[in-house]
Ligand binder design. Structure first.
Ligand code: TRP
Length: 378
């Protein structure tokens, strides 16, 4: 299906026509890996119009190379195959993990610039923010009625986040944001959700809510599809300190970093005592992680790169990683540098995305009202 503004808009609208059959999903969530030759890949190739993808990234800082290789490249690839792509910038989710929202506007614009720089096409993808799509937020209310407090309290990702907040009192939103995330997914009746493993409990909850809504309010003709998670097959990159790579942990290489900053970050990366370079993720995680970065850039096996370096040591490895990464990132960074200069264009992209998301969300909300018999006034 050729990407193109107006046609895509009307396709999105017919796609959410409640009378249309929804794309079928299996009863159990399958763990689908994006880059492996899976059923989904094959199915997407055969009929991209059977899929609608929704995913998003919290605007808590610049996206990094872990995002690029782990998910962004894959989104671009699926978009090029002709799948509808909706990207939520979940600004309401950041209320749970930041004290001061002052940098939010800048973070949101930076995220839009990252998306466009890596190749997301705003003429066909819908890029929007929670805060500007009231009808999406309104789905939270009926959805909350479909889950129990016990279910919310045992969500492993939420439990980890609560543990990481070191004794701070847990807010109602912390416990219920996964229900809001279900609204992100279901408002556009997405059936494919590319995410990292930590998000699987949230997708499971969205599936539960979809199923319970259907059973309760539209038995016989399911209204919401059962969304499926799509996991990336790319190796999970570690931070340069050997811990989990995180936007706000200061251990990542941002997409927007310049070549000198990149060199500096890699120079400071943790390695080990052995001069001989070998690829052994289990016993030599830091060295192997650097090799993974080079391998992703050069698109060849990490073990081959290790063998070539052999006894030349970590300094040589770091030079290779820096050079290949800077080379690989150069066109993306050049595009991003242009994009970030034009804030009004970034805002226009968001305005347009928010408007399109609102049209979709209102249609869904109207249908939900009809199913729930709350459409008193016609
Ligand atoms: N919770 C996700 C994260 O922390 C972001 C997110 C919000 C999301 N809504 C979503 C991801 C819907 C997938 C689908 O990164």
């Amino acid at each position: 299906m050729p990407p193109g503004g107006a046609t895509r808009e009307s396709e999105l609208m017919t796609a959410i026509d409640p009378t249309l059959a929804i794309p079928s999903g299996s009863a159990k969530p399958k763990e689908v890996f994006a880059d492996a030759p899976t059923d989904v890949d094959e199915a997407v190739r055969q009929d991209p119009s059977a899929f609608r993808i929704l995913t998003g990234d919290r605007p808590t800082g610049p996206l990094h190379i872990g995002h690029l290789f782990g998910t962004l490249e894959n989104r671009v690839r699926l978009q090029q195959l002709g799948v509808e792509l909706l990207l939520v910038i979940p600004d309401y989710q950041t209320i749970t993990d930041r004290d001061s929202p002052a940098s939010l506007p800048e973070d949101v614009e930076g995220l839009v610039a990252d998306y466009l720089a890596v190749g997301i096409d705003p003429a066909c993808a819908v890029i929007f923010t929670h805060s500007h799509v009231p009808e999406l937020n309104q789905l939270m209310l009926p959805f909350l009625s479909l889950v129990t407090v016990a279910e919310l309290a045992r969500n492993p990702t939420v439990k980890e986040e609560i543990a990481a907040s070191k004794g701070t009192a847990t807010s109602g939103l912390m416990l219920t944001y996964p229900v809001h995330q279900a609204a992100d997914i279901l408002f556009c009746r997405a059936n494919l959700v590319p995410v990292g493993k930590d998000q699987l409990p949230h997708i499971e909850l969205a599936r539960t809510i979809a199923r319970r809504f259907n059973d309760h309010y539209s038995p016989g003709q399911p209204f919401f599809p059962q969304p499926q998670p799509l996991l990336s097959a790319a190796p999970l990159l570690l931070g340069l300190d050997g811990r989990k790579m995180g936007k706000s942990r200061g251990n990542s290489i941002p997409i927007a970093a310049d070549p000198d900053q990149t060199a500096q970050l890699i120079r400071a990366a943790k390695t080990d005592r052995h001069r001989h370079i070998s690829y052994d993720p289990q016993h030599r995680p830091e060295i192997s992680n650097l090799l993974d970065i080079a391998a992703l850039c050069q698109q060849r096996p990490a073990a081959d790169i290790a063998e070539e370096i052999g006894d030349h040591g970590a300094a040589t490895l770091k030079t290779i990683v820096t050079d290949t990464l800077n080379q690989r990132m150069a066109p993306i960074r050049a595009r991003r540098a242009e994009l970030i200069k034009d804030r009004s264009h970034l805002r226009t992209v968001l305005h347009h995305g928010n408007e399109r998301a609102r049209t979709i969300a209102s249609a869904t909300l109207t249908a939900v009202h009809q199913h729930m018999h709350t459409q008193y006034l016609g």
